[in-house]
Design a protein around this ligand. Sequence first.
Ligand SMILES: Nc1ncnc2c1ncn2[C@@H]1O[C@H](COP(=O)(O)OP(=O)(O)OP(=O)(O)O)[C@@H](O)[C@H]1O
Length: 251
Amino acid sequence: MGTVAIQLSNAVKAYGRNVVLAGLDLDVERGEFLAVLGPSGSGKSTLLRVLAGLEPLDGGELRWPDSPGTSPPIVATVFQQPLLMPWLTVRENVALGGRYRANRTRFDHQHVDELLALFGLADLADALPEELSGGQAQRVAVARAVAIRPQVLLLDEPFSALDPVTRRGLQAWLRDATRSLGLTVVLVTHDVDEALYLATRIALLDGSGTVAGWWRAVPVDDHEDLAGHPLRAELLASYPSELGTATRGAS
Ligand SMILES: Nc1ncnc2c1ncn2[C@@H]1O[C@H](COP(=O)(O)OP(=O)(O)OP(=O)(O)O)[C@@H](O)[C@H]1O
């Protein structure tokens, strides 16, 4: 196992009588791309909010073994919707991320320009969000998140609202971008193929608030190779058909 960046132990989270995380253990290794799979309502978004520090736990512990002292790593989160500031240009939206970091009052123009170039947004720098396609807007959202120079990037189904072709393109782009930045990534998704294309490790939630199984994965280079991916059938067979009905676990 690699160096553990985030460790969640025996996590419990309930909304009233609805117990969403029921003693869940999860670790995130530094530099990995972890995909968390699970059916709708299994607690993926809740788990991500817990990892982001946006949601307090009712039980258990969140630790950052790899960080100095007890301070958490710098974590950036991207949600299903891009949530861009509609009155700011692409450049200003991306710069906003960098400005929040360390309470900067001025934009780091060079860093913003580098990100715009890396994310293929240079030509759109002066566009407003209303002029962007869904895929372009989500790229801006990721660039804005990365502008705070995070160690960990948390992604909550960032491409779920996009058409399949755009989605594939963005998956390829995300993989290249996060690799070149050396980020630790946690992606929650209900799409087995998205997990197999992107992830170096996969956790499947069982629909009862714990993890049904873990898999090490070797991402494929081409979407066309996903149909024959050796883990695909196993993951699909293990996938809970509804909440609380995982068919079998895996190691
Ligand atoms: N803020 C909240 N208040 C009350 N209940 C919540 C809240 N957030 C989530 N829940 C409930 O927790 C459960 C898990 O929701 P969550 O959004 O984490 O699941 P999910 O796996 O991400 O689902 P989806 O794939 O549909 O987004 C659901 O029953 C949901 O209704």
